[in-house]
Ligand binder design. Structure first.
Ligand code: ACO
Ligand code: ZN
Length: 226
């Protein structure tokens, strides 16, 4: 049964031809058979991947009213490391990473945010590092450069050449598109700071983001200031 409001919303979406699936978050055109097919392909696989059935042993490192954070270590049982890897793959494909390249897979710690609907809606991979290069102030985009060129360049020369001491490198941080701006990434990072190194609370400076995306940079800038 549809309400009047629903009809208006649907009509609005039809006009643009695009709709966002309310379960998997995929943006696609309902008018395009190809898009519909791709959505059907993606939808169930995605939901299966982020589904969290619960484990015999869960390393719960933080609990909130709307979910909990579980830490997965490389030597954990297969069901745990497999889930961590599958979710990381989703993040990677969204980040455009070609293959899974962890700088030190044996030390990588994966933090999963599981919400009250039993879905993994956030993922953070943290690794041991010794030094990092600070990201420098954003430069103005030269007029004759398109966005892609700029990003390429920017990634190449936005970092200082002076290494600084850091302890924890965040190589991936991802939050399910429909669950963003609810502080999930912030809470993942806070939890990393208190649990990454046994017995010590890391400062924000001791955590480094590797090769952040524009979205990641917006988040990191905000996070590091506050
Ligand atoms: N635009 C502007 N500001 C932002 C954005 C954004 N897209 N995302 C976060 N912020 C800032 C805001 O100030 C926000 O506070 P507010 O909501 O009160 O205004 C603050 O950061 C905290 O945001 P969170 O809610 O904690 O962040 P969220 O859970 O939405 O996750 C993330 C942010 C991880 C960047 C998410 O948008 C995402 O998964 N994006 C796609 C993947 C990606 O780009 N990941 C970063 C790659 S870099 C790396 O992995 C090292
Ligand atoms: Zn869907």
């Amino acid at each position: 049964k549809q309400t009047d409001n629903q009809l208006i919303i649907d009509a609005g979406q039809k006009q643009f031809g695009a709709t966002t699936c309310r379960s998997c978050g995929m943006l696609y055109s309902t008018d395009s058979p190809e898009d519909n097919f791709q959505h059907t392909q993606f939808h169930q696989r995605f939901l299966d991947t982020i589904k969290f059935v619960g484990w015999k042993k869960e390393r719960v490192v933080a609990e909130f009213w709307d979910g909990k954070i579980i830490l997965v270590l490389p030597d954990d049982p297969k069901y745990a490391t497999k889930k961590a890897e599958d979710v990381r793959r989703i993040a990677d494909s969204e980040l455009g990473f070609q293959q899974i390249t962890l700088s030190s897979p044996s030390s990588a710690k994966t933090y999963l945010f599981v919400n009250s609907d039993r879905m993994v809606v956030g993922c953070l991979v943290a690794e041991n590092i010794r030094q990092a290069f600070r990201v420098l102030e954003q430069q103005e985009k030269p007029k004759d450069m398109n966005k892609e060129d700029f990003m390429e360049h920017h990634r190449a020369w936005c970092c200082s050449t002076l290494p600084e001491k850091a302890i924890c490198g965040v190589s991936r941080i991802w939050v399910f598109s429909l669950m963003r701006r609810k502080g999930i990434a912030t809470r993942l990072l806070e939890t990393v700071r208190t649990t990454f190194m046994y017995g010590s609370h890391l400062t924000k400076k001791e955590i480094a983001f590797s090769d952040p995306t524009p979205e990641g940079k917006l988040f990191a800038t905000k996070y590091c200031e506050t």
